[in-house]
Design a protein around this ligand. Sequence first.
Ligand code: HEM
Length: 214
Amino acid sequence: MRWSQLDFGRTASTSRGQDTPRNLMGMKDGTANIRAEDTDAMSRFVWVGGEGPAWMRGGSYLVTRRIRMLLEVWDRSSLEDQERTIGRHKYSGAPLGAHPEFDPLDLDAGKDGQPAIPVDAHVRLASAQVNDGERILRRGYSFTDGVDERLGELEAGLFFICFQRDPERQFVAIQRRLGSSDALNEYIKHVGSAVFAVPPGAPPGGYVGQTLLG
Ligand code: HEM
C-alpha cells in the first residue's frame, strides 16, 4: 500500500433508511443523492451498461477528490452567507424558500425580485436541471489530519467520493460547472484526485475482477 487517508462519518446518505448526516460545515449532505432503493436511477446513472468494455458491465467508475475545507473562513461567515452559498437552509436542509428537507429544488422560485436559490449556489450548479439531467451517487467521508503547521489552520475537509457509469459525462461535466462559478469555491480547495474502475461484484464462489482476469 502506498497511501491512505483516515476518514470518519460518511457525509452523504445513500439509502432511504438513513437520516441525512452533516458534513464538517454543519450542512446536511446527501438530501438529493441517488438512493440505493431507486433502482431506476441506479441503472441509469451508476451501473455501467453495454457501452463500455464487457468486463465493466455491472460495475461502476469511482471518482475521488481530497477537498480541503477552509473551516476558519466558513465559521466566520454569517448563517445567511452559508445558506446562500449552498442554496439550502442549514438547520432543516430544505431548499432556500422551501420548508421540509425533501421539498424539490425549485430553481425558478423568486424572493424580493431575485432567485430564491442564488445563481452561484452549489446545489443549483450541481443539480440535474442544469447538467443535462445527469446525476451522480455521492458517498464521501469527512477527514481531519490535525493542523497545518505553517499557518496553524485546521487540515480538514471532505474526502469526496462519487460513483457513475460515465465520469466524463457526469462528474467531469458537473465539476467543470462548479469549478468555474460555485460560490462554495471561496471555502474549499481541491488538493488530490483519482479515478478507479470498479468491476462488478463477485459471483457465488468467484472473485472481484473475475470478469477481467478469469
Ligand atoms: C467540500 C466540498 C463539497 C461540499 C461541502 C458539498 C456540500 C453539498 C451540500 C451541503 C449539498 C446539499 C445537500 C444534498 O443534496 O446533498 C450538496 C449537493 C450536491 N453536491 Fe456537493 N459538496 C461538495 C463538493 C461537491 C462536488 C465536488 C460535487 C461534484 C462534482 C458535488 C455534487 C453535488 C451534487 C450533484 C449535489 C446535489 C444537487 C441537487 O441535485 O440538488 N458536490 N453538496
